[in-house]
Design a protein around this ligand. Structure first.
Ligand SMILES: [Zn+2]
Length: 722
């Protein structure tokens, strides 16, 4: 569990927070194997015996004061009694995890060890494939599913369903695959004429992967596009038909918008908005057009089903409506605009071969002076309890964010006796792969049985209190500030449109710069004529704040916040919103302001970091540049590079090793592109060199760019301070 705060020393009180202009909050990556410094938790058992505070329900941790018969809570100060068992356990002090570390991962006793529970623990995967699609789409989907079969653990169950104007269920457990079809009523309100369980019993539909892999593969080979006369359209109906209880995962492969049967989406609104003038198209296309998929997501969540959406399409698909199915259920949303350079099979393989936590409950507690304000991320709030979030399915990358508010106007005491403390409890289950069981007679049985293990992961953190605004600024982590800002801006654009989102972002920077200038007394009000030259929007006195103007500038240039008129497809914007709101802070940093390095040769790095500016590139004189924009990696050979340098870089060189390592560590498969300047089209690389580009999107001009953006901010700071 990695936890990062916007400031490591918390503001003294609400005035100090407001006066700084900074955001106050944390990002939490609950299922990360280590903490933000790379330390693993202390593992232990008997999580159910961990003492809890009778007042605030926080868990016992290393920051609590322990007496022989009692302990005082590090969050609320309450004195709690210890049971005699706990007294006995804690007298042998270093023997249990919660005495050794403030980061623990404890097993919980299983509630049910019956045969049925073991069956329940089987991971279930269902692929729902859109047949009203092209040959290319189906070829790509087949390769993705073949990759999935390789990644799935033995003991998993797999079901194959197809949808178009009819729903097809495959039985792959016999000698030849059999498909049973049900026609879907065309009316938007229609329901299936027959229960799916009657079409094909669940146990016939779900086949064990290890014994049926070949037959699943041959069933995939039989998939054909619905012929053109019957290819009326696709239907989203297939998705809700296959919901089954337990830990199931549904892969929905879409080749376009569902426009048949229940849940059909009207894609004309895209054309209408495009044509209309004067209306904010970004605002009109961002909300969902029907609650159908949001409601369906609620059903999926209830049933413990996680839905991953793979949209392979370049037509308007209205992901704004569909996205709820994946984000609310903890699934992923992938958008590929072309079947040709799609990384779908790789993404599928990586997604399935990494560990997952299921059925998670996340709870944040704080010490009494403050409390969580807003929470952000792909979870759904508990209907009953505040600050409790449910996550159906969570991988080690999934990140959530919270901001804080003060409980009252007192704040933290100046005597340093208050230590701001937060505690994050993450209860989750993992599927433990089957182990070979051997009986006492030495005869081994290799019956594959998964078991479900519940665990409780607790992290308690203490923070300092900034005694003045300088301490507050110096303790800032700009990457975490960026994370919280991105969440706020996405919410603002969903509610009030992209234009409002951009305004909010610029205003935030203006206020921060104004407060900073005020704090450092950089402005002499009595010397009116020289005020302007003394405004410092580069934060030159505070290295921790210096990256922020560049990040804001880059965010304003990002398709996330650029206008519809500039050619940002609404589905792509939704895809970015979903991606950016789950990334951990360092990955988000790369996605917003890509890392540009240069190489003297494929084996020797020249500079570790360049700003994204054409001028910087030219002056550096390096022949090879490597750009990492998170979803895309570009190797660019300058047109003046020595022609004897091998292109593309050879497989065993430093640059390749770096690229492979980055691909390995990433939650998605980045697209890798090699470009030779002067020979290939370099526009995709040049578009990333944003610092000379216009921030408003009103076109490339010689006067705009990062420098004039700072000028503009300076002007606005002056106006604000007046
Ligand atoms: Zn307490």
């Amino acid at each position: 569990m990695a936890v990062r705060a916007t400031v490591s020393r918390f503001p003294m009180d609400a005035d100090a927070r407001e006066g700084s202009g900074l955001l106050w909050g944390v990002t939490v990556t609950p299922f990360a194997a280590a903490d933000e410094n790379g330390r693993a938790p202390s593992y232990g058992s008997s999580g159910d015996l961990l003492p809890r505070c009778e007042n605030c329900w926080a868990y016992f941790n290393t920051y609590c004061e322990l007496e022989q018969w009692s302990w005082s809570c590090s969050l609320c100060g309450n004195l709690n009694g210890l049971t005699s068992d706990a007294v006995e356990r804690y007298s042998r002090s270093q023997s249990c995890a919660e005495m050794m570390s403030s980061f623990v991962d404890l097993e919980l006793p299983s509630q049910d060890s019956s045969e049925e529970a073991a069956m329940q623990a089987c991971p279930v995967y269902v692929a729902a494939v859109d047949l009203s699609a092209s040959e290319e789409f189906l070829e790509l989907t087949k390769s993705a599913l073949l990759a999935a079969l390789e990644a799935l653990a033995p003991g998993s169950l797999f079901g194959l369903a197809t949808f178009s104007h009819k729903l097809g269920l495959y039985d792959v457990q016999g000698p030849i695959p059999v498909v049973k079809n049900v026609f879907i009523p065309p009316e938007a309100e229609g329901t299936l004429p027959i229960e799916l369980e009657d079409v094909m019993p669940l146990l016939q539909f779900l086949a064990p992967v290890e014994t049926c892999k070949d037959r699943i593969a041959s069933a995939l080979e039989t998939l054909r596009p619905a012929s053109s006369w019957e290819r009326t359209t696709a239907a989203g109906q297939g998705l809700d038909g296959v919901l089954i209880g337990g830990r199931a995962r549904v892969f929905a492969f879409l080749s376009g918008p569902p426009d048949y049967g229940t849940g059909q989406l009207d894609t004309r609104r895209y054309g209408e908005q495009y044509a209309s003038k004067g209306e904010d198209a970004d605002r009109a296309l961002l909300p969902e057009q029907t609650p159908f998929y949001k409601d369906l997501a609620a059903v999926a969540v209830q049933a413990g089903v996680c839905v991953d959406i793979f949209a392979v399409t370049n037509e308007y698909t209205d992901l704004a409506s569909l996205k709820f199915l994946s984000i609310e259920s903890g699934g992923s949303l992938f958008l590929y605009t072309s079947t040709e350079d799609s990384t779908l099979p790789q993404d599928m393989y990586r997604m399935l071969s990494r560990p997952y936590a299921f059925g998670c409950v996340l709870r944040l507690r704080t010490s009494t002076e403050f409390k969580p304000g807003n929470s952000y991320g792909h979870f759904f709030p508990d209907p009953q309890y505040e600050n409790v979030q449910h996550i159906i399915c969570c991988d080690s990358y999934a990140t959530y964010a919270y901001d804080f508010v003060f409980e009252n106007n007192v704040g933290f005491s100046r005597s340093k006796s208050d230590v701001p403390t937060i505690q994050i409890a993450f209860q989750y289950a993992v599927v433990v792969p089957p182990q070979e069981l051997s009986n006492s007679g030495g005869v081994s049985t290799n019956r594959t049985k998964h078991s479900l293990q519940r665990r409780l992961r607790i992290r308690t953190l203490q923070f300092g209190v900034a005694q003045n605004i300088h301490e507050l600024y110096d303790s800032c982590d700009p990457e975490v500030v960026l994370s919280l800002l991105v969440h706020k801006v996405i919410l603002a654009s969903l509610e009030e449109g992209v234009r409002e989102g951009r305004i909010l972002l610029q205003e935030w920077l203006v206020i921060l710069a104004a407060q900073y200038n005020d704090a450092y007394r950089l402005i002499q009000y009595n010397n009116g004529s020289s005020v302007r030259s003394q405004i410092d929007v580069a934060f030159s006195q505070c290295p921790q704040l210096q990256p922020l103007p560049r990040l804001i500038f880059a965010l304003l240039r990002n398709p996330l916040l650029r206008f519809h008129e500039e050619g940002v497809h609404p589905d792509y914007r939704i895809y970015l919103q979903c991606l950016f709101s789950m990334l951990e802070p360092s990955s988000l940093h790369r996605a917003v302001y890509p890392v540009l390095t240069s190489y003297a040769t494929p084996d020797k790095q020249a500079y570790p970091r360049h700003s994204l500016s054409r001028a910087a590139l030219i002056t550096s004189g390096s022949p090879i540049f490597f750009l990492d924009a998170f979803t895309i990696l570009i190797v660019f050979y300058s047109s003046t590079a020595d022609p004897t340098l091998p292109f593309p870089p050879p497989h065993d060189c430093l640059l390749r090793t770096t690229i492979n390592k980055l691909k390995q560590e990433r939650c998605i498969t980045p697209k890798l592109i090699f470009i030779r300047g002067g020979q290939d089209d370099a526009s995709i690389f040049e578009n990333f060199l944003i610092e000379e580009q216009d921030v408003d999107g009103s076109g490339l001009t010689s006067v705009m760019g990062f420098v004039s953006f700072l000028e503009d901010i300076t002007q606005k700071v002056l106006e604000f301070m007046k």
